[in-house]
Design a protein. Structure first.
Length: 427
């Protein structure tokens, strides 16, 4: 009975802060910052956490990471880490809202870049700020400790910098106290207010790829006097499409080249061409094989055109793996928060998220929160609602999230935290 009363109070407090959560989300959305540059976002978060009177607010972790520590008033050994990522993307904002970003980062490596929260991290940040507000209001009845983790550089720092969840761990963010559970969620093109979960790998393994193809620079009027790296780059791009046929079709992989960088100008055959991309594997054990095949392809394709190629695999991220035990423990909480029919099992995705660094170490799980105008078809796949804005994937300039869904994220954080601390949500 006591738990039911507190659950009701968590919901009431979430509704009371809902309007403020929307305002926070819009502020963060209008003022996005790229990975390892989240200085103002971190300050904004830390100021709010301090206003709540938390026991500690730690800043400057792994760059601009923030961890708020809330020790409950009831003795308890459990520690739950609620995590949100705070960085934005080098993507223009075309979502069509009045609070759209107009930010351009002119100093970021490789830039200038338009900057936007095209992946929804503005929502994650605001929802966790809301959850901190709710849980701080009931701290006298919390049996344990809550860590509010605001993580920088989830999208990956510049290649010559360190950052992200792994660096937060290495810098001792979770050493005192050590979590007994990590939890987070990612907004996604699913029906508004739905929770999607998966037993097994919710997100795939990932690594950044840099392929540098080297030739010999020459004037464009006399190509025979040099070695053009462009044809070799084209051959590698075409050959990548064949890599999928060499890996088990039942365990998806993808190699995506998202950026091509050359050195020269329109009338110069440049010295080098650099291909930037990612490898994604549904099964982590496939990663080494795909990396090897890509290296062989690049080196030999380049050699066929008289060039050389070097391949680097950087910023490896393990898959986000939800165990059956943690999912079974959490499902009653999710169903209480959003309703039985709104908790659905999803298919795997080749997206990645370095929250895996926390879940692998401390246990817990990661789920998806639907935020768009959608319904589920007969196979459980999201389809656009006929009178809505449609489905827009993350990282698309038109990605949007309905503000009305944010309070659901606040409630999910708060209920999950309390249920774990009280011993209800544990494998």
């Amino acid at each position: 009975m006591a738990d039911e009363v507190l659950h009701d109070e968590l919901d009431r407090r979430a509704e009371e802060v809902a309007e403020q959560v929307v305002a926070w989300r819009r502020h963060v959305h209008q003022n996005p910052e790229l990975s390892n540059r989240e200085e103002c976002t971190a300050r904004f978060v830390a100021e709010h956490l301090r206003s709540l009177g938390l026991d500690e607010v730690r800043t400057g972790i792994a760059g601009h990471g923030v961890v708020g520590v809330l020790r409950g008033g009831v003795p308890g050994e459990r520690v739950v880490a609620l995590r949100a990522d705070i960085d934005a993307l080098p993507v223009p904002d075309a979502c069509g809202v009045e609070f759209a970003s107009r930010v351009v980062d002119r100093d970021y490596p490789g830039g200038p870049f338009p900057v936007s929260h095209a992946c929804g991290h503005d929502c994650h940040t605001a929802m966790l700020m809301g959850a901190a507000t709710v849980l701080a209001g009931v701290r006298d009845r919390l049996p344990g400790t809550v860590l509010f983790v605001f993580q920088p550089a989830e999208e990956g720092p510049p290649v010559d910098e360190r950052g992200g969840a792994r660096v937060m761990v290495e810098e001792g963010a979770f050493g005192d106290p050590t979590p007994t559970m990590a939890f987070g969620m990612h907004v996604t093109p699913y029906p508004k207010g739905y929770v999607g979960y998966r037993v097994g790998n919710q997100y795939g393994a990932s690594c950044l790829v840099r392929i540098v193809i080297s030739g010999r620079q020459v004037h464009g009027s006399s190509p025979w006097q040099g070695i053009d790296p462009m044809p070799a780059a084209g051959a590698i791009l075409v050959g990548i499409g064949q890599l999928y046929r060499q890996v088990d079709a039942f365990d998806p992989v993808t190699v995506s080249i998202g950026h091509v960088e050359d050195v020269g100008r329109f009338n110069i055959i440049g010295e080098t061409v650099t291909l930037w991309g990612t490898i994604r594997c549904a099964v982590a054990s496939d990663m080494a094989d795909v990396q090897k095949r890509l290296t062989v392809l690049a080196e030999n394709s380049a050699a066929a055109y008289g060039c050389t190629a070097t391949v680097e695999h950087l910023q490896d991220v393990p898959p986000v793996h939800n165990t059956r035990e943690w999912v079974d423990a959490a499902l009653p909480t999710f169903r209480r928060v959003v309703g039985e029919d709104r908790v659905v099992e999803t298919s795997a995705t080749l997206g990645y998220d370095d929250v895996s660094e926390l879940i692998d170490r401390y246990g817990g799980l990661y789920v998806m929160l639907g935020v768009q105008d959608a319904t589920l078809d007969g196979t459980g796949r999201p389809t656009p609602s006929p009178d809505g804005r449609g489905l827009v994937p993350n990282h698309n300039p038109r990605f949007y999230a309905d503000d009305s869904t944010l309070v659901t994220g606040v409630r999910l954080h708060a209920h999950t935290a309390y249920d774990h601390l009280s011993g209800v949500l544990a494998p």
